[in-house]
Design a protein around this ligand. Structure first.
Ligand code: AMP
Ligand code: ZN
Length: 114
């Protein structure tokens, strides 16, 4: 087992506030929420970041996005909207090296982000 915190969460070895899981993906609330709704959707398989993905990952990436927006609607963001963010590498703000989609909602979100 590697020391990746999100691999640990996906495997159930590190506690999280789980929203959803299946054999390939896992969704859970962010530990330090930046909005009233802030959750993460991850692949269970360790992928460092989006730029590591290729054509073989197209189905998985699509599944992550579909589940992200379905869950946003389930959590009450269907009318007001939500922001879907993938920080890729440290220069873009990625702090956990396991691909994750942030979903933020429940308040007005400014654009562009800082
Ligand atoms: P990023 O900066 O895009 O890599 O986002 C990483 C996110 O993971 C941050 O919003 C953190 O608050 C969140 N995070 C880090 N550790 C945990 C954890 N153990 N459980 C839930 N969220 C976490
Ligand atoms: Zn990982």
């Amino acid at each position: 087992m590697n020391d990746c915190v999100f691999c640990g969460i996906a495997a159930g070895k590190i506690p999280s506030k789980k929203i959803f899981e299946d054999d390939e993906i896992f969704a859970f609330h962010d530990i330090d929420p930046k909005a009233p709704t802030h959750f993460l959707v991850i692949p269970k398989r360790h992928i460092e970041n989006l730029m590591e993905c290729g054509a073989e990952d197209e189905a998985l990436l699509g599944k992550l996005l579909v589940k992200a927006q379905e869950t946003a609607k389930d959590l009450g963001c269907g009318e007001s909207g939500a922001r879907f963010v993938i920080n890729c590498k440290s220069g873009a703000g990625q702090t956990v090296g396991h691909l994750h989609i942030h979903v933020l909602g429940g308040r007005e979100l400014k654009w562009p982000p800082g």
